[in-house]
Design a protein around this ligand. Structure first.
Ligand code: HEC
Length: 288
């Protein structure tokens, strides 16, 4: 009897600490980093790495990062491509060339919390995904995919995937060349959609949208013209395609918004950045 009581008292304590750990951060206290997403046009990794097409190919081969060269000019770049001035054979009228997003991150013993907020850009293009005005996807990578620390999500973007010019296969999704799920060569993926869906998947030899066990919650709302989307993700991961995260480490991080009911490649994307949990990084998650 006595032993039983001890066990239930311990259970109660564990229960309490678990719910305390789940408390969402006070976002007003978490510093924000401004990241400007750009409309990427048709710039798959094959284009990026061809020196005669892209002036940065040589720099990348020497170890430079996309952000190192481009971080401060993404709005101008996106404008060039959205308008069709460069590498976009079918420009969408009214497409926003860039979206400045405020990114915040925090973590505790159990979870990492991410918050994105931005002003709704003008739109009005044909509705490719009529169910979702907006979708926001995040990719995390545990320093194992070749070049991921330089090029971010571009390692998953190829010229032969659906919605690329000339591609008729509408099933071919993004993928990682040389992917190996067991060896950790993949990108963990999570997505929130404005219709209310949340997905926990990954990108390896193909994109898998669901089946992960890391995502606890993804929520979004629009107040006036301001969107706010938050993710709560278990550090430990635990499912297929879930990277295990830990304090003291940094991860490759990129995100994308499909605005104005768009889909496929017609999104605005970030360059590659790092997310640190108590480690040096572009975005330092605040410990709470
Ligand atoms: C060493 C510097 C350097 C690096 C690193 C670099 N780029 Fe570039 N990039 C350039 C230059 C210079 C141009 C403009 C001239 C051109 O198109 O070659 C350019 C052009 C582009 C363009 C076309 C739009 C425009 O503004 O002209 C895109 C898209 C692009 N880069 C994406 C990337 C991505 C993604 C990466 C990382 C995978 C990357 N770049 C890495 C230097 C760089």
């Amino acid at each position: 009897m006595r032993k039983l009581m001890t066990i239930s008292a311990t259970g109660l304590l564990l229960g309490l600490s678990a719910s305390a750990a789940l408390a969402a951060p006070d976002w007003s206290k978490v510093p924000a980093k401004e990241i400007t997403l750009l409309y990427p046009g048709v710039s798959p990794i094959e284009w990026i790495m061809t020196g005669t097409e892209h002036g940065g190919a040589r720099g990348i081969k020497k170890g430079e990062t996309c952000a190192g060269c481009h971080d401060e000019e993404t709005a101008d770049m996106g404008q060039k491509m959205a308008s069709g001035q460069k590498i976009e054979p079918s420009p969408i009228k009214g497409k926003a060339g860039s979206i400045p997003v405020s990114v915040q991150a925090a973590y505790d013993a159990a979870n990492v919390y991410l918050r994105f907020s931005w002003k709704q850009p003008a739109g009005g293009a044909a509705k490719l995904d009529p169910d979702n005005q907006v979708k926001l996807a995040v990719m995390l990578e545990d320093n194992k995919v070749d070049r991921a620390g330089q090029s971010g999500c571009w390692e998953t973007c190829h010229k032969d995937v659906r919605t690329m010019p000339g591609v008729t296969d509408d099933k071919k999704t993004k993928y990682v060349a040389g992917a190996d799920l067991k060896a950790g060569k993949y990108y963990d993926l999570m997505q929130w959609t404005s219709k209310g869906a949340k997905h926990d998947g990954y990108v390896a030899d193909k994109r898998v949208m669901d089946g992960g066990k890391a995502l606890i919650d993804a929520k979004g709302e629009k107040k006036g013209d301001q969107w706010t989307v938050t993710f709560t993700r278990k550090l430990a991961g635990g499912g297929e395609g879930d990277i295990a995260m830990a304090a003291g480490k940094a991860y490759n991080f990129g995100f994308a918004i499909h605005d104005d009911f768009s889909k496929g490649r017609y999104h605005q994307v970030s360059l590659g950045y790092t997310l640190g949990l108590g480690a040096e990084a572009d975005i330092k998650a605040m410990k709470q």
